[in-house]
Design a protein around this ligand. Structure first.
Ligand SMILES: Cc1cc2nc3c(=O)[nH]c(=O)nc-3n(C[C@H](O)[C@H](O)[C@H](O)COP(=O)(O)OP(=O)(O)OC[C@H]3O[C@@H](n4cnc5c(N)ncnc54)[C@H](O)[C@@H]3O)c2cc1C
Length: 396
């Protein structure tokens, strides 16, 4: 029986299933949905809220994860995503990282070694050059690095672009549908149970962000994960700088096309995965910490008023790396969760997930290090050992 023949539970003629059903309308699920639809595969994305309402619409927009096996593909794809999707992402290339002390410079230089090792170009900047290249920087700058790679994009635009591009290719995105369980037959997942009835599937992709572990556990698949609550602030608009992706002082962020500085970083707070919406409101100490660090990083923006702030939940695996895998014993299950680096990698992670679903392997990157079996010897109390307990603070 094909997925679309599954009997509907609401009595309508609307097809209730798809060849591939994706749980989660964040940037990971939507990108996978886009690449699947692009490949001519019938795809349905189920999202319990609105697309991008969770971390995918609340993040810093940074696209510079040079330590990932998916990074080369991320770098290849971002500059062409607007053309591929048919909608703008506001991708802007390159980043500058400013160090405010010799100690910060030493720390940031370690990341530079890794980037250069992979063939990416980085220029060392003295304090004067930092101030020339970053008009909002000031006397606090000690030195910096100009990454001739990476960049940033607008998370809201990007999520929307993926969703529209799926629709344009005949795929479907259903919002306000909460997945509550799965139907199985032998070693196959045959249906996705939701608060709107059951949707049949030939293949299931779980891309539920921080909920991925909990959802996969319904199928007996253990993905070790913990969630952290992070915050961001947005200032009033300031004159546009030539390069909008400026990091440093423990912060990540970007200048929007309108001129606002949108920044996050500093301490994150470990929470239960099932932390619900009231918990995603910003708290003054975390937002205040970001504002203070931002004023130190960009002193000529210190006068700018903070006009918005929000919180989001970041998914984390024990080693900080994504999980992209087809876990046993299921013949038609794929899981994808990104461990805090999911926005920047999304063009590439979605393509890798599409290939895992369709072919069982990824042909453009070695993603063996992202398999789930790397955690097979993990201590049961790993989260306690790492200090990742609800209420504790994690610095980034
Ligand atoms: C403040 C902040 C700043 C960040 N900055 C950056 C950055 O600069 N660069 C970067 O690369 N990454 C950044 N990240 C991390 C990045 O946002 C995430 O890694 C990425 O968005 C994960 O995308 P996702 O689609 O896997 O998960 P999510 O965005 O969490 O999406 C998962 C979706 O699944 C849905 N879902 C869950 N359970 C169910 C269910 N039962 N039924 C139906 N739907 C369900 C959720 O509603 C959600 O929309 C940041 C995150 C935060 C919070």
């Amino acid at each position: 029986m094909s997925a679309n023949d599954l009997v509907t539970e609401d009595g309508t003629d609307t097809p209730r299933g798809a060849s591939v059903v994706i749980v989660g309308g964040g940037v990971t699920g939507l990108s996978a949905g886009f690449w699947l639809a692009e490949a001519g595969i019938d795809v349905l994305v189920l999202e319990r809220g609105k697309v991008g309402w969770e971390a995918s619409g609340r993040n810093g927009g940074g696209c510079s994860h040079h330590h990932s096996p998916l990074f080369a593909e991320e770098q290849r794809l971002w500059p062409i995503m607007d053309d591929l999707l048919g909608y703008p992402t506001e991708f802007s290339p390159n980043r500058i990282r400013i160090a405010l002390s010799a100690q910060q410079y030493e720390l940031y230089s370690r990341a530079v070694v890794n980037a250069r090792h992979q063939g990416f170009e980085v220029d060392e900047l003295d304090a004067r050059t930092v101030r020339e290249m970053v008009p909002l920087a000031g006397d606090s700058a000690y030195a910096g690095h100009y990454y001739r790679f990476g960049g940033h994009a607008n998370p809201h635009r990007t999520v929307q672009a993926f969703a529209w591009a799926i629709r344009d290719r005949g795929g479907r995105v259903r919002q306000h549908v909460t997945v509550t369980g799965f139907r199985t037959e032998g070693d196959r997942v045959t249906g996705v149970v939701t608060d709107r009835g059951t949707f049949g599937c030939d293949h299931l992709l779980i891309a539920g962000g921080p909920q991925t572990g909990r959802l996969a556990a319904e199928l007996g698949v253990h993905i070790p994960m913990r969630s952290a609550r992070a915050e961001m602030i947005v200032t009033e608009p300031l004159p546009l700088m030539p390069i909008g992706g400026i990091d440093g002082n423990g912060l990540y962020g970007r200048q929007t096309l309108r001129g606002n500085l949108a920044y996050g970083g500093g301490p994150h707070e470990w929470i239960e995965t099932e932390f619900l919406p009231a918990g995603t409101r910003p708290t003054t100490p975390l937002a205040g910490n970001i504002a203070r660090r931002l004023a130190q990083l960009l002193p000529k923006a210190a006068h700018a008023r903070v006009i918005r702030s929000w919180a989001g939940v970041i998914e984390n695996t024990p080693d900080g790396r994504p999980v992209l895998d087809r876990p046993a014993p299921w013949r038609n299950l794929t899981v994808g969760t990104m461990s805090g680096v999911g926005f920047g990698l999304s063009p590439a992670s979605g393509r890798a997930l599409m290939q895992l679903v369709r072919d069982g392997r990824c042909d453009f990157a070695n993603i063996g290090s992202l398999r789930l079996d790397r955690f097979s010897a993990l201590e049961p109390d790993w989260a306690e050992l790492q200090g990742w307990l609800p209420g504790a603070l994690a610095s980034v």
